[in-house]
Design a protein around this ligand. Structure first.
Ligand code: MV4
Length: 501
């Protein structure tokens, strides 16, 4: 096993990786940007290297600086986390070239899945079901019209270089095709430097179900079942759960076999996720994420596996050492992402200083977060502040536990999406398992608890008031305002909690 690795990331995922390393006796090197010098991943790592200013391009995304930091500290391997350099073919290749192990897939596997049309072609060749559509980029609008007529409307135009939500358009009728083609192609060109498009049958309100796989360097590959991630807004997932209510043991076996086939067909190594669209009892390959994902903890909870540990083992060449039959699932897990965002202003990122912090705890509740009181939440990086993950014997127990955990959560100083998540959990539709990718557009959610919003508004007002006071009082005010929240504010909150239950 490695003696020392570098973690090329920040926030909760850097801590997540660091924690497993510590349990395995592996030394850790953190990298950080200037504004992150007081971040928890820096404080908890064995060593830390500053790699530049806030701008990701000049720090967390800078391949040369990250490789240099690994070299100068003697790290044998680099864990990229998610985002940043995790799915850059050039980074996987640069590690290889520097004689450092990339804790991720080989460059060829990243390339195979990075281009969506190439991925589609490879999956068709491997016998993996894909959404009906075409397997070549569209030469022009005339070809698009002909193919759309053959597939049948509605269709979806997608950027071959895409992924996420950019460069995609739903086209309901022939008359709309030209306009959609022009705007999607332009958007793809400006976002990815590649304006090529392809076409698929549009599945109306499918479920987003993904399968976790793990492959070693010896040709062994297993899956850890599915996660349903249908509840999202603007391609940002909000609630994830496993199992999916529509996947039974037989369906799981089928989807798992397809996911393993997909990974093996491209010579995959590492943990990875096969994203699928599920509609009316059928599932189709959508994309593969060649990294550890944000929502991996729910799989860990239900399967009793440490996926980071497994990544480290396969990266250093160990064989899996177990087969599919060894993977057993128990109970139900749910994750809610807590983002700094302002629900009253179209969910724009919310900024501020974390004034007061109460994270949930208790039985079967896990909080993955790099938050601390006094932390500044700005616009430089991702707005995700925390992930709350719960486990229950069954879905109703997991839902009740998550509701309880979210009621304990209090993050003072910024607005968060927690009230929205509570409304989702309390909706009849969610409780009945009626989830799909249009859930938040389609479902009239129960109103937010008045107390929740009221208390949040009071907290914000008090923080504004106190920070104004601190400025005028100087050092003395700083001291008195530093540690404790005003008692009446905390009491208001407790009162609020009584009223919700
Ligand atoms: C689709 C689709 C329906 N039919 N493809 C959106 C992002 C991109 N990565 C794939 N996406 C979709 N592709 C066909 N043929 C619906 C979506 C989609 C979606 C997929 C997964 C999770 C959330 C979504 C939200 C809206 C649309």
């Amino acid at each position: 096993m490695f003696q020392k690795i570098l973690i090329a990331n920040r926030g909760e995922i850097a801590l997540r990786v660091l924690r497993t390393c510590r349990e395995m006796g592996i030394k850790t090197v953190a990298v950080y940007s200037e504004p992150d010098r007081t971040a928890l991943h820096v404080r908890l790592a064995d060593q830390a290297v500053c790699i530049g200013p806030a701008a990701p391009r000049e720090s967390y995304l800078n391949i040369a600086k990250v490789i240099d930091a690994a070299r100068s500290t003697g790290a044998q391997a680099i864990h990229p986390g998610y985002g940043f350099l995790s799915e850059r073919e050039a980074f996987s290749a640069a590690c290889e070239e520097a004689g450092i192990v990339f804790i991720g897939p080989p460059p060829s596997a990243i390339r195979a899945m990075g281009d969506k049309i190439s991925a589609r072609q490879k999956m068709i060749a491997a016998g993996v079901p894909v959404v009906p559509g075409i397997a070549e980029p569209l030469a022009d609008v005339a070809v698009a019209e002909r193919e759309a007529a053959r597939i049948g409307y509605p269709v979806m135009l997608k950027a071959t270089a895409g992924g996420g939500g950019k460069g995609i358009r739903i086209v309901e009728r022939k008359e709309d095709l030209l306009g959609a083609f022009t705007t999607a192609s332009g958007e793809a060109l400006s976002s990815f430097g590649d304006g090529r498009l392809y076409l698929e049958k549009y599945l109306v309100a499918p479920r987003h179900i993904e399968v976790q796989v793990l492959a070693d360097a010896h040709g062994n590959c297993v899956h850890f079942g599915e996660r349903e991630c249908s509840i999202q807004r603007r391609h940002q997932k909000l609630v994830e759960e496993t199992p999916s209510v529509v996947v039974d043991a037989e369906m799981r076996r089928k989807m798992g076999a397809v996911a393993v086939q997909a990974a093996q067909s491209i010579g995959y190594r590492n943990a990875g996720t096969i994203e699928m669209l599920w509609s009316q009892g059928e599932f189709y390959f959508l994309e593969m994420n060649t990294r550890l994902q944000v929502e991996h903890p729910i799989t860990e909870m239900v399967c009793g596996v440490d996926l980071v540990r497994e990544q480290l083992r396969v990266a250093c060449g160990e064989p899996l050492g177990y087969g599919q039959e060894a993977i057993q699932r128990h109970g139900h897990a749910i994750e809610v992402r807590i983002n700094a965002e302002d629900p009253e202003h179209g969910f724009v990122p919310s900024t501020g200083t974390i004034q007061n912090l109460r994270l949930p705890g208790g039985p079967w509740v896990r909080v993955d977060s790099a938050l601390y009181r006094g932390m500044k939440v700005g616009l430089d990086y991702d707005s995700m502040l925390a992930k709350v993950i719960v486990w229950g014997h069954d879905r109703p127990q997991a839902i009740a536990r998550m509701e309880r955990a979210l009621m304990e959560l209090h993050i003072g100083g910024v607005r968060t999406g927690a009230p929205l998540a509570l409304r989702v959990l309390r909706s009849k539709e969610f409780q009945r398992g009626e989830t799909d990718t249009r859930f938040l557009e389609r479902v009239a959610l129960p109103p937010a608890s008045d107390r929740f919003l009221e208390v949040a508004a009071i907290a914000t007002a008090v923080h504004k008031h106190l920070s104004g006071q601190r400025r005028s009082l100087g050092a003395q005010g700083e001291q008195s305002g530093g540690d404790a929240m005003p008692a009446w504010l905390l009491m208001g909150r407790r009162d609020g909690m009584r009223r919700w239950s």
